[in-house]
Design a binder for this molecule. Structure first.
Ligand code: CDP
Ligand code: CDP
Length: 228
């Protein structure tokens, strides 16, 4: 029996891509990479270093040189799926602040930033047995992926999920703020010229508006088995 060696999962914000990707990777014993973390790490570093987000040249230079490391969790008991190290510092949770949420889509629209990070992603995927999650994995980063899933859910469902996640993390946000951020990022991500958010022609669309995370996983597991 052969399994799909490279699995690409894309979709809009808070659709449940990383939850699905993480569990699928664990189930298959594959490497898991949430590529949004790389875009968020570049954004966080720019904000911390006082580089204006509008300064495309400096933000791009940062993406080309930044020491970002993503590794599996090592016993931290805080619900993380991975650990991100920026210059050796654990920034896993610092990547998920409203400040980064606001700036990440403009940063991700810069072609030079995308080129630099796409290179890193392909490097990681070279050994195969990987589940990679993002916006353009099936269309641009890994167009030859063996299985491509595009996860969608209604904006209301996604806003509710992200709101509950933030509450559980002790964050002070309103449902309306979360909803506005998701809608704004989806708009920028879908309309940018470089690698816009859209399903690959050969992607399977998984609408999980009315599914639990567990049911979504079961559906994907079935598709993985079918693909064998
Ligand atoms: O978790 P959430 O869906 O809210 O966002 P994320 O996956 O962490 O991605 C954050 C942002 O990074 C997205 O809104 C995109 O602007 C960008 N991104 C991208 O452009 N391409 C990717 N492959 C992954 C993320
Ligand atoms: O990675 P992405 O931004 O697409 O979403 P996520 O960070 O995986 O967040 C999805 C949240 O919705 C998590 O709290 C999941 O437990 C929950 N959820 C899901 O992933 N899938 C469903 N079908 C229903 C809820």
């Amino acid at each position: 029996m052969t399994r799909p060696l490279v699995i690409a999962i894309d979709g809009p914000a808070a659709s449940g891509k990383s939850t699905l990707g993480y569990h699928l990777a664990r189930y298959l014993n594959y490497l898991y990479l949430d590529t949004g973390a790389l875009y968020r790490a570049v954004t966080l570093a720019a904000l911390r270093r006082g580089i204006p987000i509008e300064d495309e040249a400096r933000v791009t230079a940062l993406a080309e040189s930044l020491p970002i490391e993503v590794r599996p969790p090592q016993g931290e008991d805080d619900g993380r799926q991975y650990t991100v190290l920026l210059d050796g510092e654990d920034v896993t949770w610092a990547l998920r602040t409203p400040r980064v949420d606001r700036a990440v889509s403009p940063v991700s629209a810069y072609p030079g930033v995308r080129a630099a990070l796409t290179r890193r992603m392909r490097e990681i995927a070279r050994r195969g047995s990987v589940v990679m999650v993002g916006r353009d994995i099936g269309t641009v980063v890994l167009p030859d992926a063996d299985l491509k899933l595009y996860v969608v859910a209604s904006l209301d469902a996604r806003a509710r999920r992200r709101f509950l996640d933030r509450l559980a993390q002790g964050k002070q946000v309103s449902l309306e703020e979360v909803r506005t951020d998701l809608a704004r990022r989806d708009r920028i991500d879908s309309s940018r010229e470089a690698a816009p958010l859209r399903p690959a022609a050969d992607a399977i669309i998984l609408d999980n508006t009315n599914l639990t995370a567990e049911e979504t996983f079961r559906e994907a597991e079935r598709l993985v088995r079918e693909d064998c």
